[in-house]
Design a protein around this ligand. Sequence first.
Ligand code: PLP
Length: 441
Amino acid sequence: MNFDNLKQTDPLCYDFIVRETKRQEECLEMIPSECIASLSVIEALWSPFTNKYSEGYAKKRYYAWNEIVDEVELLAIERAKKAYPWIVHANVQPYSGSPANFAVFNALMEPGDTMLGLALSQWGHLTHWHKVSTSAKYFNAVQFGLKPDGYIDLEEVETLAVEHKPKVIVVGFTAYAREFPFAEFARIAEKVGAYLLADISHISGLVVSGAHTSPAPYADVIMTTTHKTLKGPRGAMIMTTEKWIKKDPDLAKKLDKSVFPGIQGWPHNHQTLAIAVALGEALTPEFKELWHQTVKNAKMLAHELQSHGFELAAGWTDTHLLLASVGKGRGWFMSEALDHAGMALNKNTVPNEPCSPFNPSGIRMWTPIMTMRGMKESEMKIVAGWMKEVFDEISEFTYKETKEERREELKKFRKFIKDNQNIKRIREEVKQLCLKFPIYS
Ligand SMILES: Cc1ncc(COP(=O)(O)O)c(C=O)c1O
């Protein structure tokens, strides 16, 4: 990547890029949601489209000289429709996933209406939603959870839907490793007359590639972020399906209005161009191959972790994501120790979580970036081996019942981990593996 101008004009900011790029190259990124945008996407992002104002939608602007911007937006929409068959309408302007979800709720509900979604503590998203989300000021949230085996509790979804008659039901999760049950949710939504919103932010690349069932025949509205498994820029798309249009032909218009002028101003045209580029890439055979390999890698990692004694939520993975138990309240120790060893992932609650979300008992990880770097099943075996070594290395640190004891244990742990030679050795091995699979070369 060439940042020669910045290097000359602002060496301080240039240095941030150098350091962050080096960090990404030398560490194994497994944090779910993180992916790698191609250099073409990055080039689109730094294009002069960032200079242009274009309030409105293609062919309906309030500013002059938007003919080329219109072409960009229309191309992004056309490619979205190719990538997601059955889509009849796509809005490519949302700045990101959170405003996109809010725009959908805003279009489909009136203040005081009820929505039904997965609880945040059980892997829903803030915007699906939680009391700290602004949506909660306007709409009522009813939340379902997981069964002890880690599957979505569909019986509870149906009972709550019948009882509360939500206007919107959301099917979309942040730590669910099994197939999203779109058909079951559609049946329940139809039974109670609710709209079904599929938030496929985590799995949209898989959906495009056929590595996961498409929500299109089931959902009324589909929302996806564009920066996760679509490998695009930060952004989001709201898409509507034939099902929705049959219900209410005006809803697509309501949705557009809800994005602009409802909650957003001028579109970020450089971002729209980069979305078009990412969607162009998503239509290639290489993209499809990537996601099938990503799932194969996740399954190998799951297999290896299980053989090392880790328990997986819902017993397995059908996707690119895994959630492993690491012992009561020990997610913090494990994620921090892995961090020191050069492997970045999240601590996460597990089904039947015995502790609070601040001291959860699991770790959440995914395989897309490792796969994008060219790693395959044999590398997944090595990664699982390192995870087991780290797990064993910190086995003396356990969850304590009182806050004071926990603080002391964490202090002891941090001292131990900082100077630990085994962890340092693993970090060096991780770095050497990463350098064999560069990101941007
Ligand atoms: C399922 C889901 N929906 C929505 C969002 C919100 O997206 P953003 O962070 O772009 O606002 C996220 C982000 O992590 C997500 O995981």
